[in-house]
Ligand binder design. Sequence first.
Ligand code: T5A
Length: 214
Amino acid sequence: MRGHFITFEGGEGAGKSTQIQRVAKWLQDEGHKVLVTREPGGSPGAEAVRHVVLSGAAEKYGVDMEAVLFAAARSDNVEQIIKPALASGTTVLCDRFMDSSRVYQGVSGGVDPDFLTAMEKAVTEGARPDLTLIFDLPPELGLQRAADVWAEDGPDRFEKEDLAEQQKRRQGFLDIAAREPDRCVVIDASQSLDNVGVAVDMAVTTYMRKATEH
Ligand code: T5A
């Protein structure tokens, strides 16, 4: 049986990585085979692209170029890591996926939606998320949390953009959740770690229950 594919999305410092590790442990303890991956990255090829896009090295070549690089990284992660895991019945937890491109490159970057949709279709064929948790919080709070864990080189290419841009992204994720309520669950990520954890567990449990009924 194909594994479950669950993606974690949202703005900067929303708590996705923290929750993904906790959910992975919880599901493993319940007997699931689990693989955690992230985007941009996951596979060796995609990790190489991650450095290029997050350092800002590709920024001067424009938003279309960056969108293609994110899609290239995703394609490699999907083919090398995600699809084989799903085919072996492993539950895949992915820290960011296609919705980040829709929001960062589309809504806030202004890349042509038809171009993005065509790349998304080509790259995610056979690997569409079953459940997407959208971590929602005021961008001020997310950036404050993210700043606590910035490395010496400070904010990355996308973290350094202004609050108005971050606000647009927040709304972009909420709009996706409103358009695709069967796939997406919005998590109030401004709550305490424990309360966010409870909301995440509830969403995952509800999805798993429905999936096993079918
Ligand atoms: N991008 C990505 C695109 O533009 N297009 C794409 O297609 C893709 C895939 C990725 C960047 O690339 C962009 C989006 C991003 O800008 P990244 O380093 O992977 O860069 O960045 P993020 O995914 O944003 O990772 P962050 O670390 O910033 O955010 P997380 O993972 O959401 O947050 P997390 O768990 O690391 O937590 C941050 C801090 O907050 C604390 C944690 O302990 C940690 O210190 N924290 C809480 N504190 C209080 N209360 C809570 N509830 C907390 N939850 C976590």
